[in-house]
Design a binder for this molecule. Structure first.
Ligand SMILES: Cc1cc2nc3c(=O)[nH]c(=O)nc-3n(C[C@H](O)[C@H](O)[C@H](O)COP(=O)(O)O)c2cc1C
Length: 411
């Protein structure tokens, strides 16, 4: 007889053992200023660790300055390692682990004008860059790939030095490494384009290099799409090829997500944006072009009804195809959902909105105080990534503006 695994059981992922299997998903906190963590960011992740998560994930740390998609985003560099130690120590003091989501935006840069052609798979017109005048892409040559690989490695090493327990290489949602995996962007004719095996070649090389550099000390995760959820994008079969290639490259765990930030946000969230909240927020921040473009994109999306565990069918197909540890993500709202994910053979459960709504959800599940999250998928938290005090659940108190200042121990 096999013993059932509980989501409250510890789990070992590569070099890391977590106290339980609940992971806070990387969800743009918008709590950094000038590329540095703020006091609000420390409070946010400390509260999640105090609330019981096994591991919390700091969203989107760019591997280079041009790898950012938004102007205040953190980019990894030696000068901020001491600041980041404040963040990691605060989480460790609460008994939690902390992961750094590292990535590069490539041609997906919605929040700032870069002033040079954006790196991507091929040269051409860049619809995703229209919001800030980043109209054209530049196809990456071998030198560019080597440089970006070195940047991922350096970012992972600095994350390790700053006390992070894991790095999560983001290969989904439309960022640079996803641009390679997705046929929407990848029209290369060399060994990095064409078949699904070729399209995942560069992301797998990046992961292998990161794993070789830091894999003895920190867990190396990759976040991938189970499908882009859009016509001509990567589909479930591509995702299976991707998962196999990353397993072979040495990934310690794959986090299964889906959708693209521009083309299929409804797929990523299993629900439509609350357009009124999004439009009001963007206008209040004078993000006129972004508001306009989001309106255009929103008009083309189907209306869908939220379903708990909305990526389950896709994720099951990947579970069948690989034996590398997998983290289930997408619409986990209740303890029953988490238990189901365990029964289906996933090693961890990753949550974003339910934990924004209630950072102490894991403790409340464990004590029996709550069986389910009160998050109603209004997705207002997504609009709040444009707020100067950072994201929040609109059913909770506002963030304290006094904490929107960098931790800044170093000048
Ligand atoms: C406010 C907000 C910001 C997000 N930003 C990111 C991000 O920076 N990186 C990322 O990988 N996913 C991001 N996501 C997506 C989540 O990680 C997750 O994939 C998605 O919310 C589905 O999980 P859920 O149903 O548990 O919320 C964000 C989600 C929210 C709600």
């Amino acid at each position: 007889m096999t013993t059932k695994i509980s989501p409250f059981d510890p789990v070992t992922i590569g070099a890391l053992t977590l106290r339980n299997r609940f992971i806070k998903s990387g969800a743009n906190e918008a709590m950094s200023k000038g590329g540095r963590p703020t006091k609000a960011l420390v409070k946010h992740h400390q509260a999640l660790a105090a609330g019981g998560v096994g591991m919390t994930t700091v969203a989107y740390i760019a591997v280079s300055e041009v790898g950012r998609t938004l102007p205040n985003q953190i980019w990894m560099r030696p000068e901020i390692v001491e600041d980041l130690k404040v963040l990691t120590s605060a989480v460790h003091a609460e008994g939690g682990a902390i992961s750094a989501q590292i990535t590069h935006g490539g041609s997906f840069v919605t929040g700032m004008h870069v002033g040079q052609r954006l790196m991507s798979t091929v040269s051409g017109f860049n619809p995703a860059g229209m919001m800030k005048g980043n109209f054209f892409t530049r196809g990456m040559a071998c030198d560019d790939m080597q440089q970006v690989t070195s940047q991922f490695v350096a970012a992972a090493e600095q994350a390790r030095d700053a006390g992070f327990d894991a790095v999560e290489i983001h290969m989904g949602h439309g960022y640079l490494l996803n641009q390679f995996i997705s046929p929407l962007n990848n029209r290369r004719t060399d060994e990095y384009g064409g078949s699904a095996e070729n399209r995942v070649r560069f992301p797998a090389q990046v992961l292998k290099a990161v794993k070789a550099a830091v894999g003895e000390e920190v867990a190396v995760l990759a976040k991938i799409n189970v499908s882009d959820g859009v016509r001509r994008g990567a589909d479930q079969n591509d995702a299976i090829v991707t998962a196999k290639a990353l397993e072979a490259a040495g990934a310690d765990m794959l986090v299964l997500s889906g959708g693209r930030n521009v083309e299929s946000t409804w797929f990523m969230f299993g629900s439509n944006m609350n357009r009124q909240v999004v439009a009001d927020m963007l206008r209040s921040q004078k993000e006129w072009i972004t508001a306009f473009m989001m309106g255009v994109v929103a008009k083309s999306e189907p209306t869908i009804t939220f379903k708990e565990m909305y990526f389950l069918e896709y994720s099951r197909a990947i579970r069948k195809a690989v034996s590398v540890p997998l983290a289930y993500l997408g619409g986990v709202k209740s303890l029953a959902n988490a238990r189901q994910a365990m029964d289906e053979g996933f090693e961890c459960i990753v949550l974003a909105r339910a934990l924004l709504h209630e950072p102490a959800l894991v403790n409340k599940f464990q004590s029996g105080e709550l069986e389910a999250s009160g998050c109603d998928n209004c997705n207002a938290c997504v609009a709040y990534i444009y707020h100067p005090d950072g994201t929040r659940c609109v059913h909770r108190p506002e963030n304290d503006p006094a904490l929107s200042t960098p931790v800044s121990l170093t000048p």
